[in-house]
Design a protein around this ligand. Sequence first.
Ligand code: AMP
Length: 210
Amino acid sequence: MSKIIVLMGAPGAGKGTQARLLQERLGLPQISTGDMLRALEAEDIHTTQTSGKLISDEVVIGLVKKRTEQDDCNHGYVLDGFPRTPAQAEMLEKLAAAQGKDLIAILVDVPAEILEKRLTGRRNCPVCKEIYNVFFKPPKSDNVCDHHPNNQLEQRSDDRAERVQVRLHTYENQTRPLLDYYRESGRLRTVDGTREPEAIYKEIEMMVKS
Ligand code: AMP
């Protein structure tokens, strides 16, 4: 039976990196609600995103429903950043049942003090989208991409320190309780997200294939 892989974890835990690897190597589409919302031409949504607060369940649920109806999702897909609230989790149960898919939740677990540096230190190249981190993976020259030295690195507006606090707070209050929900129904797996992405990926791949 095809599966819905729900990548759980705080902002900065590395869900996006793992979702991209699953897409590249297992052909499971990465469905990132954060990316889908950023791609919309909707100023009010971007203002809320920048603030670090959540977009309404109605909007996000609508996007996920529509995206997962596409043919490339028939054999399973990876959710990155969804669900984030109990209402979204409830909708996902219904969607999984209607699509005849099993669901597993994988928590990419990273301590809070590391998350803060991963987020506030994150920079990306506007050309090739390579991700750097001023604390953990600095570019060779200050604030420019190693491959595109004429381009200054950019910082996501919600990665600024005060907004990171709001995002981590929102995660603790609204999203972390969902872990208990998946744990109680025996569908939660946990990986140590402090290791190298490849090591984390290998473990996740085994969970997905089992
Ligand atoms: P992300 O790229 O996953 O860190 O998401 C960035 C921002 O997009 C979040 O801080 C929220 O404002 C919004 N967002 C992404 N996914 C959701 C979701 N499932 N529910 C509500 N808001 C979301």
